[in-house]
Design a protein around this ligand. Structure first.
Ligand code: FES
Length: 176
């Protein structure tokens, strides 16, 4: 029995998307993206759902999902903080920025805070080298981030959590 199903909204997005692609296999990337949008990450069940929806083998969908780092194969926090440490960012002290996030959040890269609010990751080039150091938080890019800015940045992110957004993300019990 299928554990997951797409919502009506996701199903509508998929229906609109499919005619733009030569075949269903070519639509695997965007449909995985829709799955991540809806479920927050791409679990084995989500991959199974995408495979079934596109009449593809699970092995194919698994191969695609695990090749690209933009698909989260593990559940991530309310804020998925991705710090680029590739060359341009590294030369602009990306490791200091990363260190500040680790200190500020009390976790190491690759970990999620106990309240489920933040997951911190180190990533390769985010294609915003002119804005080094680049930090991606969920779908938003933040450029020219400096280590000394991180404290205020994290504070701002915490302040932006609403009871509704926390509930939707299944993370903390936000204060009303
Ligand atoms: S090196 Fe960091 S965005 Fe390109």
């Amino acid at each position: 029995m299928m554990a997951l199903s797409f919502s009506k909204e996701s199903e509508e997005r998929i229906t609109k998307l499919l005619p733009k692609y030569p075949d269903k296999m070519a639509a695997c990337l965007p449909v995985l993206w829709i799955a991540q949008d809806e479920f927050g990450w791409v679990s084995d069940d989500a991959m199974r759902l995408v495979a079934e929806r596109l009449d593809l083998s699970l092995a194919h969908v698994y191969g695609v999902a695990t090749f690209y780092t933009m698909y989260n194969k593990k559940r991530v926090g309310h804020y998925h903080v991705q710090v680029c440490t590739n060359v341009a960012c590294m030369l602009n002290d990306a490791y200091d920025v990363m260190g500040s996030f680790e200190r500020e959040l009390g976790i190491k890269r690759g970990q999620t805070t106990e309240d489920g609010l933040f997951t911190l990751c180190e990533v390769e080039c985010l294609a915003a080298c002119g804005g080094a150091v680049c930090v991606q938080v969920n779908k938003d890019y933040h450029e020219k981030v400096r280590a000394e800015d991180v404290g205020a940045f994290v504070k701002k992110l915490r302040a932006a959590v609403t009871p509704d957004s926390a509930k939707a993300a299944g993370t903390i019990e936000a204060k009303g």
